[in-house]
Design a protein around this ligand. Structure first.
Ligand code: NAP
Length: 356
C-alpha cells in the first residue's frame, strides 16, 4: 500500500510521446506538478503542446532532458518525486535494421536506468511502467498456449526474440527486468500497465508515433487494395492515461494490468471509419487472402513467419482485472476510432480527400 502525496511532482518519462502527453495533461489538470523528461526540449514539434497544456492548467510543468541510454540522466528529474510513470521506450515494428540497438538495448537499459535512479532516490514510493500486451504474447498463434483461449495477466511472451517480433521482445525483457529490480527492494512498488494497440486523438501534430501513422494510412490510400485479417486488442489513449494515473494514486492497486477495450480486425476499424466519414477517403473494403499477404509480406516490412503466425488468428483479452483494480470504464472502439480520425483531419495531418 503506497499513498502518494499529490503535492509532490510526478515524474513522467518520454513526456513528448503520444501516451505520455495525455498522462501529463490529466495530471496538470488535477493540479499535480509534473517533471517530464524529453530527449530534445528545443524541438517545438515535440514540446509546444506540453507547454500550452501547462499554461491552461493549475499544475506546474518542468521539462528535463534525459535519454534512456544516458546513465543517471533521470536522477535530477526524479528528485522529490514519490511517483514515477515510465513510458519512454522505442516503439516501431517495421523497418528495423538493428533490433538490438534500435529496440532491445534502449528498452532494457532504459528501464534499468530509470529504476536505478529510483533506487538512489529516497522519496520514490511507486513506479508505474508502461509495458504492453506484447509482454504477454508475441504472435496471435500464442493464444493456443493459454489455458482458456484468452490472454490474462498470468501470461508471458515466450515466442519473441531479437530475430522475430523484436519490439515485443524488447517490451518483454524490459518488463521482466523491472520486476527483478522491484523485487530486490521494498521501498517502492511496481505496477505495470499492459495496453493493447492504442488509438484515439493525439494531443500533438506529430506523425511519427506508430498509432498516429497507422490511422493516417487508413485514410491516405495505403490500404486501399485491402488489409490482412489481423486481430488486435484495441484501447483508447485516454483510457491508457487514466489507467496510469489510477495505478499511481490507488494505494491498494498492484500487479500487471491488461488495458484493452475489445478486439477488432483492421477491416472492422475501416468499417467504423467508412460509417462515420463516408466514401471520401480510400478506406479498405476487403481482406487480402492470407496466402497473398504471406507472399507480399516482406515488401511491407513483415516476415513470412509473422504472416503465418498472425493473419487469420483471432485473439481475446481478459480486461476484468483492470476494471476491478483500477476502476476503469472503457471508451468504445467506435468512439476511439471516430475521434482519432477526426483529430487527424482537424490537425491537417491528412491532405484533401482522395475520391474512390
Ligand atoms: P511514442 O509517441 O513513439 O512515444 C515513445 C516515447 O519514447 C517518445 O517520447 C520518445 O521520445 C521516447 N523514447 C524513445 N526512445 C528513447 C530514448 N532512447 N531515450 C528517451 N526517450 C526515448 O509512442 P507511444 O505510443 O506514446 O508509446 C509510449 C509507451 O507505450 C511505449 O513504452 C510503448 O512501448 C507503449 N505502448 C504503446 C502502444 C501503442 O499502440 N501506441 C501499445 C502498447 C504499449 P521522443 O519524443 O524524443 O521521440
Amino acid at each position: 500500500m503506497r499513498d502518494i502525496d499529490k503535492s509532490k511532482p510526478v515524474l513522467v518519462t518520454g513526456g513528448s510521446g503520444y501516451v505520455a502527453s495525455w498522462i501529463i495533461k490529466m495530471l496538470l489538470e488535477k493540479g499535480i506538478d509534473v517533471n517530464a523528461t524529453v530527449r530534445d526540449a528545443s524541438d517545438s514539434k515535440k514540446v509546444d503542446h506540453l507547454t500550452a497544456l501547462a499554461k491552461a492548467s493549475t499544475g506546474k510543468l518542468n521539462l528535463f532532458k534525459s535519454d534512456l541510454l544516458d546513465r543517471g540522466s533521470f536522477d535530477e528529474p526524479m528528485r522529490g518525486c514519490e511517483l514515477v510513470i515510465h513510458t519512454a521506450s522505442p516503439f516501431f515494428i517495421t523497418g528495423i535494421k538493428n533490433p538490438q540497438e534500435e529496440l532491445i538495448r534502449p528498452a532494457r537499459e532504459g528501464t534499468r536506468n530509470v529504476l536505478e535512479s529510483a533506487r538512489r532516490n529516497p522519496t520514490v514510493q511507486r513506479i508505474v511502467l508502461t509495458s504492453s500486451v506484447a509482454a504477454m504474447y508475441g504472435d496471435n498463434a500464442d493464444i493456443a498456449l493459454t489455458s482458456d483461449g484468452i490472454f490474462t495477466e498470468k501470461e508471458w511472451n515466450i515466442s519473441s526474440s531479437a530475430e522475430h517480433q523484436p519490439y515485443s521482445y524488447s517490451k518483454t525483457i524490459a518488463e521482466k527486468e523491472a520486476w527483478t529490480i522491484a523485487n530486490e527492494q521494498e521501498r517502492w512498488d511496481l505496477l505495470t500497465i499492459n495496453p493493447g494497440w492504442i488509438l484515439g486523438p493525439s494531443l500533438s501534430k506529430r506523425k511519427d508515433s506508430m498509432s498516429i501513422g497507422a490511422m493516417i494510412r487508413f485514410g491516405d490510400g495505403t490500404y486501399k487494395m485491402g488489409v490482412p485479417e489481423l486481430w488486435n486488442g484495441i484501447v483508447d489513449v485516454r483510457d491508457v492515461a487514466v489507467a496510469h494515473i489510477k495505478a499511481g494514486f490507488t494505494p491498494e492497486a498492484g500487479g500487471r494490468h491488461i488495458v484493452v477495450t475489445g478486439e477488432a480486425t483492421l477491416l472492422d476499424l475501416a468499417n467504423i471509419l467508412r460509417k462515420h466519414f463516408g466514401d471520401d477517403y480510400p478506406f479498405p473494403r476487403k481482406q487480402v487472402p492470407k496466402f497473398l499477404f504471406w507472399l507480399i509480406a516482406p515488401m511491407h516490412g513483415f516476415t513470412r513467419k509473422y504472416a503465418s503466425r498472425n493473419v487469420g488468428i483471432p485473439i481475446k483479452f481478459d480486461n476484468s482485472y483492470s476494471k476491478k483494480d483500477l476502476k476503469i470504464s472503457y471508451i468504445s472502439v467506435e468512439q476511439t476510432v471516430r475521434e482519432h480520425f477526426q483529430q487527424i483531419l482537424d490537425d491537417g495531418l491528412l491532405k484533401s480527400p482522395i475520391r474512390m
